[in-house]
Design a binder for this molecule. Structure first.
Ligand code: 5GP
Ligand code: MN
Length: 334
């Protein structure tokens, strides 16, 4: 596949409008989605650092705060975890990496009524909930958008910003291996390395710092994988007991569902884990034969074509039956 001029934004007007908003304001609240991943926290922090570098005030909040596995990101300790952490008034509220306003969950209470919202995101399903919307659905991470924004605005990158952006990009592109990875993705990564990023050190922080308990849960996950007779669908149900036995609560799905997806011939990989008695977190990874976002939308979720999720309002047993049936439908094998 060739990538002609892949570095140009699909929505240059959205980018310009976002920059204008950032130039004009003095005080900002930066918000991202609940159960944040590396792209969410990395993009939010990078944007806050950039604004502060321009002499502005920026506060970050995310539902329940920074997860422990991302606490190594510079500035993450200052991220507020409750709506009370926000101190309005703000000139604008910047929401990054969230396909819809519902994705920020408890932090909706941190957004003042009537606030001017700037929506910066890379989900095709984005609901355009902002007064300003900049959406790049073919870019693999929101981090790439913040990097492009900094370049377009002529704002200086520091090592802290570079680290935050690199983490955003390397996690959301699956270490530059998802099909969303563009030549421009690598070019930005190279620029970030020139600004002081140590890719080896970041790799060790993210993928080389498992506890033995986490690795044992990976082993249990592999042991519990089930496949349908065609071998095109594989899934795993992580039960409360498996978490209790391992003595951990994973905050991310990516590494677990990737294990399921790594089986040769599997086109739809499904991970189910309990959030509460009748709430199940669904994670789906797929090949082009299945639109993962559409599959998850059946359960009120969404995401990207090949990586998506949802919170299913049912028991774990019901969720397993429903998710596998939806995958069969998607592949036309139902
Ligand atoms: P993960 O499976 O790693 O939790 O999420 C993969 C992708 O699916 C995320 O980047 C996000 O775009 C999307 N996603 C995950 N959970 C939800 C959800 O509950 N609702 C929506 N709309 N999207 C989700
Ligand atoms: Mn993202």
């Amino acid at each position: 596949m060739t990538h002609p001029r892949d570095d140009a934004p699909a929505d240059p007007a959205g980018l310009r409008a976002a920059i204008e908003e950032l130039r004009r304001g003095r005080r900002f609240l930066v918000v991202t989605h609940a159960r944040p991943d590396g792209d969410a926290i990395g993009s939010a922090l990078a944007l806050a650092h950039l604004l502060r570098g321009e002499g502005k005030e920026a506060e970050c909040v995310v539902d329940a705060g920074t997860p422990p596995d991302l606490a190594f990101l510079p500035g993450s300790a200052a991220i507020g975890g409750t709506p009370a952490a926000a101190r309005p008034p703000y000139d604008a509220v910047l929401i990054v990496d969230a396909a819809g306003l519902d994705r920020i969950e408890g932090m909706r209470d941190a957004v003042p009524t009537g606030a001017r919202i700037v929506n910066i995101d890379h989900h095709a399903s984005n609901t355009r909930f902002g007064a300003v919307n900049w959406i790049e659905p073919s870019w693999g991470s929101t981090g790439e958008m913040i990097g492009a924004l900094a370049r377009e605005a002529g704002w200086r990158l520091t090592r802290e910003i570079a680290v935050c952006l690199y983490v955003a990009i390397v996690t959301d592109t699956g270490r530059f291996m998802f099909s969303s990875t563009r030549p421009a993705t690598h070019e930005l990564a190279a620029e970030l390395q020139r600004h002081g990023v140590d890719p080896g050190a970041i790799n060790r922080e993210i993928w080389g710092s498992n506890s033995l308990a986490e690795l044992r849960l990976h082993a249990e996950t592999i042991r519990a994988i089930r496949t349908d007779p065609t071998g095109r669908i594989a899934w795993v149900v992580l039960t409360q007991k498996m978490f209790e036995d391992a003595g951990i609560t994973p905050t991310e799905s990516q590494n677990y569902v990737s294990l399921v997806k790594s089986i040769r011939g599997v086109e739809v990989a499904i991970l189910l884990r309990p959030l509460s008695a009748r709430e199940v977190k669904l994670s789906v990874r797929s090949e082009p034969s299945c639109d993962a976002a559409a599959l998850c939308a059946r359960f009120g979720g969404g995401g990207h074509l090949r990586a998506a999720g949802a919170t299913m309002q049912m028991s774990l047993e019901e969720a397993e039956v429903a998710a596998v049936a939806a995958a069969r439908d998607a592949l036309g094998t139902g």
